[in-house]
Design a protein around this ligand. Structure first.
Ligand code: ZN
Length: 580
């Protein structure tokens, strides 16, 4: 039998199996028992917290003839058909891949018919925030005229993207991140059932890395199993999660506490160079500092995590006053907030590092500590010259950060998008691109985008594959501009008359009388082409010859709002004036 992922095998089949969401499951069970279910539910919460599992259990429980206490029996034909996804009255839709209006209209039409086998038709729409505006409107109409035998369960990780009109017509349940202990408990149970030996610390590392998502935890656990020899060890877990090894943490926090800024920055650089993700790193550092505090107060609490308790860790805990640790935790959690929505996490981390290593007020070492019991460097106050140097360094970093804030358009992506020096074999049809741009309208593009997924699905597999890594960029009445991620695919598409024909035929069916001709370009040429077009069609110089690549894009929002407006009317929201 083919290997099945743990999270599939161990997917919760009853409300009581759903870890960490007791308040929600209890409410749902009661509603089912008392036959007071609503016709629309909204399940929100981070990924992997049980939203779709709960939706499926719900669909089973309300349709199961043997339901007891609001739980499905999971034995009868109805339950089994739903579990296996072959019950035609329980329809699962992934809005991430079907964001079309047609899809929802279809649901709306079908919802008028009574269920064939089940008591209730249940529509589970996952990632519902991905629906297009048109689809939301169609869905709203459906929710406004509730049918006795139809229940909608909408699930989303991003409730703020859902129109209030929809939310107000649903009963909303917010799924919480699952706490670390509950995740550890579930993993331990699964491993014991599977006779798989493990070290407890490994589970703790995995549970933390999963950030409250059971599905993520089980995926990581899966990897750890395939990585391990017999027993899943702490080292396996660390390797799989990309968590910092204890040594690196010791090195970084140690350097900070020793006020060794350049040392700390160096460790940071090494850590980031190893591909550690800045958010995860900040989290790990926070936990490390918290553990130092806990160790100071109640070392016993950390006994089960012996692997973290290196000699360095113990020394640092003993030698550092708790005020200093509180201060570090404060800096780290501020950083955590700052980097949540930025593309420049590393800069923030560098600034944080300088702050961590230069305490403003509290001395690094508690006065009651005899100096000779501490690592030598910890007790050395930074001398004046060093302090001045650090302040300059901090100032520089802060300036850099201000610039990034003031000018968020200078994006790595756009740097990447600058034309590469490599010999290019695909000749971008510049004049044709300008032609598209001069006739392009936002409506045409939106129409195309709305049917894009459906268009792909309607094409033969090989042609679909070609278009998978492509995106419509601009559209007018007679022309459609498509950008490809890979030059080689772009070239193949360009030379395929069959593809053009198929796309044209399909599009004309999906959008009334729309039979555009296609212009294919590579994605990396797009910013340059767009820029060149916009500047050609306005008298104001946007990009000069001297700054032709990286800077040209950033000049749009900075200098010429009028051009931005013009671009916006052409491309709608697709104009990247990024602000994150
Ligand atoms: Zn049943």
């Amino acid at each position: 039998m083919a290997y099945q992922a743990l999270y599939r095998v161990w997917r919760s089949q009853r409300f009581d199996d759903l870890v960490g969401q007791e308040a929600i499951t209890k409410t749902l069970k009661n509603a089912i028992q008392q036959q007071k279910t609503s016709h629309a539910y909204l399940f929100t919460g981070p990924r992997g917290t049980g939203k779709t599992s709960a939706a499926k259990i719900f669909a089973k429980a309300i349709n199961c003839p043997n339901s007891i206490d609001g739980e499905p029996c999971n034995e009868c034909e109805m339950c089994r058909s739903i579990t296996e996804g072959r019950q035609e009255d329980v329809i699962e839709i992934d809005a991430a891949s079907n964001n079309g209006v047609e899809e929802i209209r279809f649901i709306r039409d079908r919802a008028n018919y009574a269920p064939t086998a089940a008591k209730y038709k249940v529509y589970i729409i996952d990632e519902v925030h991905m629906l297009s505006t048109g689809a939301f409107n169609a869905l709203l109409k459906t929710l406004e005229e509730p049918k006795e035998h139809v229940i909608f369960v909408l699930a989303t990780t991003e409730p703020h993207k859902i129109p209030a009109t929809i939310i107000s017509r649903t009963q909303r349940f917010d799924f919480k991140r699952i706490d670390v202990q509950a995740i550890i408990g579930r993993m331990a149970y699964i491993l014991e059932q599977s006779n798989q030996p493990y070290e407890e610390q490994a589970l703790s590392v995995i549970a933390r890395a999963a950030e409250g998502g059971m599905r993520d935890a089980l995926s990581i656990l899966d990897q750890a199993i395939s990585f391990s020899n017999e027993t899943i060890t702490l080292e396996d877990a660390l390797a799989v999660t990309g968590s910092l090894t204890t040594e690196m943490m010791d090195g970084f926090i140690g350097a900070c506490l020793q006020q060794d800024v350049s040392g700390a920055l160096e460790v940071l650089e090494n850590i980031l160079a190893e591909g550690k993700e800045a958010r995860r790193l900040t989290e790990d550092l926070l936990l490390y500092c918290r553990d130092l505090l806990i160790y100071q107060q109640a070392p016993k609490l950390l006994e089960n995590r012996a692997a973290y308790l290196t000699d360095t860790f113990k020394q640092l805990a003993e030698a550092t006053v708790s005020e200093r640790l509180y201060n570090m935790i404060k800096i780290l959690s501020e950083t955590q907030n700052e980097i949540r929505f930025t593309n420049h996490a590393n800069v923030y981390l560098e600034v944080a590092t300088v702050k961590l290593a230069t305490p403003q007020t509290a001395p690094a070492v508690s006065a009651s500590q005899p100096v000779n019991s501490t690592p030598a460097a910890v007790s050395q106050p930074a001398d004046q010259a060093e302090l001045t140097a650090l302040k300059t360094q901090l100032q520089q970093l802060q300036n850099e950060m201000q610039q990034l804030k003031a000018n968020p358009t200078v994006e790595k992506e756009e740097r990447k998008a600058a034309p590469k020096k490599t010999a290019s074999s695909y000749r971008v049809p510049t004049e044709r691109v300008y032609q598209v741009l001069s006739e392009a309208t936002k409506d045409h593009l939106l129409n195309v985008k709305n049917v894009w997924e459906d268009l792909l699905m309607a094409l033969p597999v090989t042609q679909r594959a070609m278009l998978k890594a492509s995106e419509p960029m601009a559209a007018g009445p007679g022309l459609l501009l498509i950008a490809f991620d890979y030059e080689i695919v772009c070239q193949r598409a360009d030379s395929s008359d069959e593809l053009r024909l198929n796309m044209q035929n399909t599009l004309s069916m999906m959008i009334k009388d729309y039979t555009p001709d296609f212009v294919f370009i590579t994605r990396e040429s797009w910013p340059r082409l767009r820029q060149a077009f916009v500047s050609q069609h306005h008298d104001r110089p946007v990009a000069t010859e001297t700054n032709e690549t990286d800077d040209e894009i950033s000049l749009i929002p900075e200098e010429t709002n009028e051009v931005v407006e013009q671009a916006k009317s052409l491309f709608g929201d697709l104009v990247t004036i990024k602000d994150d």
